[in-house]
Design a protein around this ligand. Structure first.
Ligand SMILES: N[C@@H](CCC(=O)N[C@@H](CS)C(=O)NCC(=O)O)C(=O)O
Length: 118
């Protein structure tokens, strides 16, 4: 099972690398404004999870600089479980006025990013 998962993961990463979307471009001022907003966001994810790849592609497509956090690392997984309530990825953490919002579900995250930055 582990072996099959590793093969599938490698195939997903290869497909992602070969078909990587081109990032949208903005003026330097617009990008700086977007960067200001995404500075308060981080994506909890696994490298080979297909749902995480889907969100990472959206992040790239939209030209966003969002910190990626590897939820296989115990300390990162603990942040996710303590803050979001479950060890499920992808999860977008959005910090605003000292409050954290934990958004699960790749479709919801992608729709949110599209709405905000598309
Ligand atoms: N419907 C979810 C599915 C996410 C999902 O199943 N994620 C898996 C990894 S691919 C997960 O976090 N499983 C829990 C675990 O491995 O601990 C989405 O679209 O985000």
């Amino acid at each position: 099972m582990k072996f099959i998962r590793a093969i599938l993961g490698a195939m997903i990463l290869a497909w992602d690398a070969l078909t990587r979307p081109r990032p949208m471009t903005r003026s330097a001022a617009e990008q700086a404004e977007v960067d200001d907003q995404t500075r308060h966001m981080s994506l909890y994810q696994f490298h080979t999870c297909p749902f995480c790849v889907k969100v990472r592609r959206q992040i790239r497509r939209l030209g966003l600089n969002i910190e990626l956090r590897d939820a296989r690392q115990p300390d990162i997984a603990k942040q996710l479980v303590d803050g979001g309530g479950k060890r499920k990825v992808p999860c977008l953490r959005i910090t605003s006025d000292g409050q954290d919002q934990w958004m699960y579900e790749s479709n919801d995250i992608n729709a949110f990013l599209q709405e905000k930055f598309g």
